[in-house]
Write a protein that binds this ligand. Structure first.
Ligand code: ASP
Ligand code: MG
Length: 417
């Protein structure tokens, strides 16, 4: 029988009514003849609430205890969903991450999945049960509970889907797919029907919140199809799959598919490489946004503040420990344009840079990666910059709205051609 993994985010299981709706949706998938494994996040803002309580008790709690605490959030929602399913006459069982066979690296708070042993899940599926797994958690080699970094339930879902050889993995949330920009910031953002793993990975890494970068990376490596859809509608949402001709027009043209931003980055300017290992320890597990050699021989590291358990405490600690040898800049944001091959184009980056500076935005740095161009701006200018890039770059009605962009793109295409 084909296996489908369905993941539901925190807002989809925020209260009993929502949990009942989710249960109905899961039953529907089961009725269609699939084996169903469900992964849940903690209810609503539970993870933040728990973290807040810990921080009010202690400004710098031990990560082991944080993981013990935070993993409790997902245990609540998994048990409640199993109970709701049982009430609907389905046999269902909830499993914690460790019970589901998710083995991780040692690091607390930001552990990575090292292996999945899905035997227990398979046994339960054989008994025709719906298996509900707590997202965001696993077990390290000491038998301790670890958590997988914020947004880590997506990673649980993808890892299970890969280990179970699932047909696809559905990521259900309160948004109905992947948009060309965050629709809460950009009014005319449009939903994408499909997108390649590579582009989705860059979008997620550069700030799109709909899927977590690690989950997309895992899906990409395992060639697994993801579907980002709304929990509460039947719309197909966005399919994230192996790259193909995403334009659908057979043209080998470079175009920007989406834009994304971070509002709150920490910029660590390491001036003396002797301290690099110690600084890296502080960032264990976090997704580095940029790691580049500085003109003075040191290193520039950029990391989203939300990936650090207590960013303020860390910044203070770095200052106290390393003094002049490191500068930590806060209040930094970023905007990025993402599309297959965008990094090959200096023109597009230069165009974005000019667009922003002409509008009075200070661009602190800019660079390209394979499928993205990025400009660092002040945090409070990130939203405005995102709107501008979207307006200039996204092809809303068949053509991008801006002549300068058309010219830049024509130049790029002639270079590529
Ligand atoms: N509950 C965790 C968080 O809020 C994990 C997740 O939702 O994916 O980060
Ligand atoms: Mg989430």
């Amino acid at each position: 029988m084909s296996i489908i993994v369905q993941k539901f985010g925190g807002s989809s299981v925020a209260d009993e009514d929502h949990i009942r709706l989710v249960a109905r949706r899961v039953c529907k998938t089961k009725r269609q003849g699939h084996d169903v494994v469900v992964v849940v996040s903690a209810m609503g803002s539970t993870t933040n609430d728990l973290l807040g309580m810990a921080n009010r008790l202690c400004s710098d709690p031990e990560y082991r205890e944080l993981d013990m605490l935070l993993s409790a959030g997902e245990r609540v929602s998994m048990a409640l969903l199993a109970i709701a399913l049982q009430d609907m006459g389905r046999s269902a069982i909830s499993l914690t991450g460790p019970q589901a066979g998710i083995l991780t690296t040692d690091d607390y708070f930001n552990a990575r999945i090292e292996a999945v042993n899905p035997k227990r899940i398979r046994d339960e599926l054989l008994q025709d049960k719906i298996v509900v797994v707590a997202g965001y958690q696993g077990m390290n080699k000491y038998g301790e509970v670890t958590t997988l970094g914020r947004g880590g339930s997506d990673t649980t879902a993808v890892a299970l889907a890969a280990a179970l050889d699932a047909e696809y993995c559905e990521i259900c949330s309160d948004v109905d797919g992947v948009y060309s920009a965050d629709p809460r910031v950009v009014d005319d953002a449009s939903r994408l029907d499909d997108i390649s793993h590579e582009e989705m990975l860059e979008l997620a890494r550069y700030g799109a919140k709909v899927l977590s970068p690690r989950a997309v990376e895992y899906a990409h490596k395992n060639d697994l199809e993801l579907r980002a859809r709304s929990t509460f509608s039947n719309e197909p949402g966005t399919t994230v799959a192996k790259s193909h001709d995403v334009n659908g027009d057979g043209e080998d043209s470079i175009a920007i598919t989406g834009v994304a931003s971070h509002r709150n980055l920490l910029w660590l300017q390491v001036k003396d490489n002797v301290i690099l290992d110690d600084v890296a320890k502080e960032l264990t597990g976090a997704t580095l946004f940029l790691d580049e050699v500085r003109d003075d021989g040191g290193r520039d590291l950029l990391v989203p503040a939300k990936e650090i358990a207590e960013p303020e405490a860390m910044v203070e600690r770095l200052g106290e420990t390393f003094g002049e040898r490191i500068d930590v800049r806060v209040g930094i944001g970023s905007v990025s344009g993402i599309g297959l091959g965008v990094g090959d184009s200096r023109e597009l980056l230069e165009y974005a840079h000019k667009l922003l500076t002409d509008a009075g935005v200070t661009v602190h740095a800019s660079w390209t990666t394979d499928h993205a161009l990025t400009c660092l701006v002040d945090s409070d200018e990130a939203d405005k910059s995102l709107v501008m890039l979207h307006q200039a770059f996204i092809d809303v009605e068949g053509e991008p709205g801006n002549e300068a962009f058309r010219q830049a793109r024509a130049k790029v295409n002639s270079l590529a051609g």
